[in-house]
Design a protein around this ligand. Sequence first.
Ligand SMILES: [Zn+2]
Ligand SMILES: [Zn+2]
Length: 637
Amino acid sequence: MSEIRIEFEDGQSVAVQPGVKPFDLLPAGKEVGAQGVLSSLLDDAIWDLHRPLERGGKLRFIGFDQPEGRFVYWHSAAHLMAHAVKELWPESQLAIGPPIADGFYYDIDSPHVFTQEDFPVIEDKMREISKRNLPLIRKDLDDAAARMLFNKLGESYKIELINDLNESLTVYEQGDFVDLCRGPHLDRTSRIKHFKILSVAGAYWRGDEKNKMLQRLYATAYPTKELLEEHLHRIEEAAKRDHRKLGKQLDLFSFHNESPGAVFFHPRGQIIWDEITRYWRAKHYAADYREVRTPFVMNEELWHKSGHYEHYRENMYFTEVDEQSYALKPMNCPGHCLVYGTHQVSYRDLPLKLCELGTVHRYEKSGVLHGLFRVRVFTQDDAHIYVMPEQIEEEVAKVVRFIFEMYRDFGFEDFRVELSTRPESRTGSDEVWDQAEGALANALTNMGVPYKLNPGDGAFYGPKIDFHIKDAIGRTWQCGTVQCDFSMPMRFGLEYIGADGGRHTPVMIHRALLGSMERFIGILIEHYAGDLPLWLSPEQIRILPVSDKTIDYATGVAAELNARGIRAHLDDRNEKLGFKIRDAELNKIPYMAVIGPKEAESAQVSLRRRKEGDLGGLSVEATAERLLNEIRTRTTH
Ligand SMILES: [Zn+2]
Ligand SMILES: [Zn+2]
């Protein structure tokens, strides 16, 4: 057999016989272990340490600090948990058990109803299996053998999965446990050291509510005790900040079965929304964008033309009007293209920037809906910038600056940028892709913005840049995106008259800065744990008269502050001051103005800033100035 060439990270390379394992090529000084090497990457594919190499390529060894390393770790931990469950409750059937963002889960169909009390029992069993130090063995099976195996094991969900798989089947074995699985995996169970089962929830098989409800065990695992504890602390923090809980507590929004996955904003939530959009509009107007508003419902034909029907139909809502099929828009782009097409556009008009706070409907399975984070109806802060090809780089740079500026105004300082390039299946020539990817990369490089490259992750019509923000407890959220599109302007026959007098097709830059308004509000609530900056606070100051005697003066103070554009509320309930203060605290009201006889007499208020405490006696004028300044500067705490 002819040799294959393996190239290492340091540039060195060796020629080896096919069948050699990455494990055999481990350089001196690197060791396999929970805190060492967990797996390897052959080019960009994760390759098990003990899986024979069949082809050459670039070989890298990875640990828990790489996303691929965590992926493998958590996937193997999912097997470990399933193994433990099967030993404890053998009548359980296994569905699927993938790694997720911060750990893993396994969906299980079991006559045993899992509760919190079972978690330590399962963890003990996992520890025991981990200590058995079983090797994880990958095996290829043909369809018949796989069916026979899982039939014998009584794993009917696995049989269903086999029915769907057209590819070659693999299983992973550890001891007597075997799972239908593509892998990749760790080499031994003992690598999985510290883990915690976090919760159990109902989950429909395949996420479809027509199917049986299974039990989903959520868990996580880390190579060290410290890392696990840090993570558990983050979860605790996150629970305190849960926007669904705070949304209820602060009376911001609600959800109703009458429209699953759609947000009902209450008056207080709507104020946050309005403040964001007012700020957003002013920024966009100043940056030369022009706002449009396009319909929710458009003829199905349009979606054939745009390509959405072909590529996105499963997520779309359809309806019939006058015996014609219409669709609710899942994206705003086609509507903007219709607007563009109503004008004769000259190269002097470019870049042409159309923006819209566009509400879109996208079908999501009910199982994945999650508060404001995952909904079926949301409003994108969308815009489409039509440019000449040579303008892409400059416009993208402007958008990047715009995005950073906006995130900072909301109090986010830490961002991460990712550039995704051409996928396998795509439209457009290689020259066009070269140009677009080059323009996006140059825009970032020239601005000194570091980015992570995601080869092959671009949209079918063009490359994209994603923007992630880091919140107060270190979680990252993808918000903004910039995509370069050569295809849609062509599909819609859009043109501009060039300097040469000829007709040309513009390039379209899709971009959203905040992403979805709903989701962004959820992120803000969690980032600030409900203590929003003053400019976003639904109620900015609460006026607290100490007794009936000062109500008249307090009413006047509230009226004066309201007249100055400050959202002031008077708490004139017949309650003790202590009760009113606690209530304002609970509602996270940034300022309180306490008004007793002394304040009424001296025409002052006794001002308190949440988290800062007592600020002493201030005139109403000074109070207004202080608040207005904080609002104007969008101060964050
Ligand atoms: Zn698996
Ligand atoms: Zn778009």
